[in-house]
Write a protein that binds this ligand. Structure first.
Ligand code: PLP
Length: 467
């Protein structure tokens, strides 16, 4: 590491008051990859770490992430106050546990869970929540098979190739065969008929995404439900449940598309997850999973922990976890209410629609989505634009600090390279217009200075970097 303030022997542990960090670059070195022999003053440590972190991108200009990058100062204060609380210590922090319990019920109610007492919990994010949802599907499928005297050797899970990597992990960890429905030109997410065609007696469930990370579009939950109904009605047809991966949409659809039936109003939906740290508007990491009712959460997956001398059921994977995010989630529910969430999400959507509309008008682009599902849209270059690629545009925008990812679609459509913009709370119309100005400028530069064609291996490298 660059030279930094370590206390020289002759100063017997007393650091200079004046500019202790930068004045003694020669005399002190802090090793990067092993524990230093002795420490430094807190202010020095803070300066050293902070300095290094200025190399990170600016989170507010990060249009790649779905994860919250802005919260009110009051929420930040609350999180700082709660940062020493461990979520699992229900006995010591019963009120944090109570806030989690309230959040579970608020979210269950938002998603039309059939009973007033919702069944679910907080997690570190949707990845953990999806793991729990998948496990419940697997356990219940096994129980059904065993009861029918059938073998349980070859479970499978049906989903689009656009699923988030957590579902690939679930399948790998639990030895479940992933049955992927490929994307095709013009259909950039799961199709209902295609999903049900993949189902058989070994299918533990179908994962339907609200909405796809590829382009922000919602997958058709109700249509998948109808197709699975039709399948179940055929002689010997399997009865397949749905898990909705609502990582982003779980906190968008209830406010922006309240009429769309995607949640527990849809009969086959067994469980739903969402990321509190995406459109739940909390800093990372918090996620949520809710099951339709107690029958959908197998007893085997529930463990009891001591709670105020009594017993508290727990089914999350992690043990220790910060309590701050749960308190912040509750803060948001209280602070914004239903109307506040609707207005925040509507503003993001207005900005997304404005931007996608303007980008469509620029000429070289074609929209894959416009931000009318999630406030997220993807676009690509028209086939006749050959002088530069979306990767070039992404890099040039990065020069001004904008992080707009460019990436290729999954198998079957890997030659399709797109850019995606995620609009979140904290990204204003002002910033949107500044980004549009920069985009126009960079397009002019690229049109006058076509980039040399990159070899495909390098293009791939850039694509994975952008992810
Ligand atoms: C982000 C995302 C996940 C993973 O969620 P984390 O909260 O980051 O763990 C899973 N599925 C979808 C559809 C997502 O968008």
């Amino acid at each position: 590491m660059a030279l930094h303030s370590r206390v020289p022997e002759d100063e017997s542990g007393v650091e200079l008051e004046i500019n202790p960090v930068y004045s003694r670059e020669k005399s002190c070195v802090i090793p990067r990859y092993r524990l230093p022999d002795s420490g430094v003053l807190p202010r020095t440590a803070l300066q050293v770490v902070r300095d290094e972190l200025i190399l990170d991108g600016n989170a507010r200009l990060n249009l790649a992430t779905f994860v919250t990058t802005w919260m009110e100062p009051e929420a930040e204060q609350l999180m700082a106050e709660c940062s020493s609380k461990n979520m699992i210590d229900k006995d010591e922090y019963p009120q944090t546990a109570e806030l989690e319990h309230r959040c579970v019920n608020i979210i269950g109610n938002l998603w039309h869970a059939p009973h007033s007492e919702a069944v679910g919990c907080s997690t570190t994010g949707s990845s953990e929540a999806c793991m729990l949802g998948g496990m419940a599907l697997l356990w219940r499928w096994r129980a059904r098979r065993r009861a029918a005297g059938k073998d349980t050797a070859r479970p499978n899970l049906v989903m689009g190739t656009n699923v988030q990597v957590c579902w690939e992990k679930f399948c790998r960890y639990w030895d479940v065969e992933p049955k992927y429905v490929p994307l095709v030109p013009g259909r950039y997410h799961l199709g209902a008929a295609e999903a049900s065609a993949q189902c058989d007696e070994n299918t533990i469930g179908v994962v339907v995404i609200m909405g796809s990370t590829m382009d922000g579009s919602y997958e058709p939950v109700a249509d998948v439900n109808a197709a699975l109904d039709a399948l179940a009605a055929t002689p010997g047809g399997p009865d397949v449940p749905i898990h909705v991966d609502g990582a982003s949409g779980g906190f968008v659809a209830p406010f922006l598309q309240p009429e769309t039936e995607w949640d527990f109003r849809v009969p086959r939906v067994a469980s739903i997850n969402a990321s509190g740290h995406k459109y739940g508007l909390v800093y990372p990491g918090v996620g949520w999973i809710i099951w339709r009712d107690e029958d959908h959460l197998p007893e085997d997956l529930i463990f009891k922990v001591n709670y105020l001398g009594g017993e508290m059921p727990t089914f999350a994977l992690n043990f220790s976890r910060p309590g701050a995010q749960v308190a912040a989630q509750y803060y948001n529910f209280l602070r914004l209410g239903h109307d506040g969430y609707r207005r925040v999400q509507q503003t993001s959507q207005d900005i997304a629609l404005h931007m996608s509309g303007e980008i469509a008008k620029l000429g070289p682009f074609e929209l894959l989505s416009d931000g009318s599902d999630l406030p997220v849209f993807a676009f690509r270059l028209r086939d006749d634009v050959t002088g530069y690629s979306v990767f070039d545009i992404s890099e040039r925008l990065r020069m001004r600090g904008w992080q707009v990812p460019a990436y290729t679609f999954p198998e079957n459509l890997t030659d399709m390279a797109v850019m995606r913009i995620v609009i979140r709370n904290g990204f204003s119309m002002d910033l949107a217009n500044l980004l549009l100005d920069d985009l126009r400028l960079q397009l002019q530069v690229l049109e006058h200075h076509p980039q040399t064609q990159m070899p495909p291996e390098l293009q791939k490298k850039r694509a994975s970097f952008a992810h």
